[in-house]
Design a protein around this ligand. Structure first.
Ligand code: ADP
Ligand code: MG
Length: 468
């Protein structure tokens, strides 16, 4: 029966349908299994005029991908089975535009039989999402705290729908979730401008859903979100407590997921803690990749500040960068906020960006906090050590090797690391030593603390001198 002409079908199209069946077998042997399953299995023959064979793929992305990666292969294999050299076009065939050749319509049996399908994809009016142009992968600093989330996001951006699905990113406020979501959006839109990317927050979804219900526009609402190729939903914790919205959200997600569309969620907590969220939804999340973002460690904070200064085009001395990075933990937004307000103050007063200015801004920033970290400058540390030991800076920074000077030098290194919180490298440079010598000195002092009475009392004195 497959060999019979279908209603409205001509000889050529019948030939294409037959040839495509056999071509599929050949293709299955020519490409690896995952590629075959992802790309070719869902392709359908559409039309053939004797010269050009038109095939349909279920998403604009698949269309571009197969054309780019496998275009020649498909042409070769199809030509072989049609017994003549043909051109091949792969078009986007929305799943709801099927039935395809030779297949009875799956739904709505009363719909008129469509056998000739549009050769060009229908232009779909789709608003581009509003994305922050600064939130790109290039501007995202990777460290241990966010490595998995960044890698997951990158992988999804490179092969939407073919990688982790869904991708679930969670973490505290200001740690870069929104940045990564936007980065995915930018990347996909640039690589595949025809893909329909939607970015919205859980809150927006809830509001739009309620408005659609009220205004009896629920069909429009559904049409909008069930037609996207990439669905990026930020802060989905907002949906957890809302019964009806949750249900709609679940159906939207399911519809997209089943069509192989890429879905990415961000939330301030892991799926297991989205208590009010449906179990069905949670287990779906767990089938994809769940990646957390932790507060950035020191190195990452430094790198983030350096990157931000570079992006803003502001000159910030390393010392000031380290100082801010030490003082502000936990929230990248705050970290960057401090840098920006220091730069703003400097520019308003026409002053250079100095440690002192940084301290003023930090003091303000910590005004409501219980303890304000007192971070001494390197000069303050050296001065205190000199004072306590009765030595000069030259003595400490030079290479005298008396017991007294050696001890003062090691303690200075320890305090520069622990109190002034300078990187080992930088301390090494001050003393003309490498960073492992500094590390060794710091460890010796640390292990003597509370065991060696002399060192303990010296450190105590120095703490007092440094205002702690
Ligand atoms: P969240 O959505 O997790 O609350 P955001 O994505 O809004 O956090 O990030 C807050 C700010 O910190 C943004 O300006 C963002 O660009 C910046 N940021 C966060 N993480 C990084 C990072 N790893 N590299 C560069 N900037 C970052
Ligand atoms: Mg956010």
């Amino acid at each position: 029966m497959e060999d019979q002409l279908h209603l409205g079908e001509d000889e050529n199209t019948l030939a294409l349908r037959r040839a495509w069946d056999r071509a599929m077998h050949t293709l299955a042997n020519r490409v690896n299994k995952p590629s075959f399953e992802s790309w070719f299995k869902s392709m359908k023959p559409v039309s053939f005029d004797g010269e050009r064979a038109v095939l349909g793929a279920p998403s604009p992305f698949a269309c571009e991908w197969v054309t780019k990666r496998y275009g020649n292969l498909v042409r070769e294999v199809l030509s072989q089975h049609l017994g003549r050299s043909v051109e091949v076009s792969i078009i986007y065939l929305p799943p709801d535009k099927r039935p395809v050749l030779g297949e009875p319509p799956a739904e709505e049996p009363s719909a008129p039989k469509e056998t000739v399908l549009p050769v060009e994809p229908e232009p779909v009016a789709f608003e581009k999402p509003v994305l922050n142009p600064k939130y790109t992968f290039e501007n995202f600093v990777v460290g241990n705290s966010n490595r998995l989330a960044q890698a997951g996001a990158m992988s999804v951006a490179r092969a939407p729908g073919q990688s982790y699905n869904p991708l679930f990113i969670y973490g505290g406020a200001g740690l870069g979730k929104t940045h990564l979501m936007h980065a995915i959006g930018h990347y996909i839109l640039q690589a595949h401008p025809r893909l329909r990317v939607a970015y919205l927050s859980g809150e927006t979804f809830a509001q739009q859903y309620v408005a659609a219900l009220r205004e009896h526009r629920i069909d429009v609402f559904r049409q909008k979100y069930r037609n996207v190729d990439v669905w990026l939903v930020d802060d989905i914790q907002f949906i957890a407590g809302k019964e009806h919205t949750k249900e709609e959200f679940f159906h939207t997600f399911n519809a997209l997921y089943q069509m192989g569309r890429q879905v990415v969620f961000a939330s301030d907590r892991p799926p297991r803690e989205l208590h009010a969220m449906d179990d069905r939804l949670r287990s779906r999340f767990e089938a994809g990749l769940i990646a957390d973002i932790a507060p950035p460690e020191l190195e990452t904070r430094i790198a983030i500040l350096q990157k931000r200064a570079q992006i803003e085009g502001i000159q910030v001395p390393d010392q000031v960068i380290y100082h801010i990075a030490y003082a502000v933990e936990g929230n990248v937004r705050t970290l960057e906020g401090v840098l920006i307000s220091i730069a703003a103050r400097a520019s308003v007063h026409g002053k250079p960006i100095t440690l002192q200015l940084a301290n003023e801004v930090l003091a303000r920033h910590y005004v409501d906090e219980k303890q304000m970290p007192v971070i001494p400058t390197e000069q303050a540390v050296l001065q205190a050590v000199c004072q306590r030991f009765g030595l000069t800076t030259q003595d400490i920074l030079g290479d005298q090797r008396s017991r007294e000077v050696l001890m003062a030098r090691q303690i200075a290194m320890y305090l520069l690391r622990e109190k002034a919180q300078l990187p080992l490298q930088q301390i090494g440079q001050m003393f003309g030593k490498n960073h492992s010598t500094v590390l060794h000195a710091c460890n010796r002092v640390r292990s003597s603390l509370h065991r060696d009475a002399e060192i303990t009392s010296i450190i105590h004195d120095l703490d007092t001198l440094l205002g702690n």
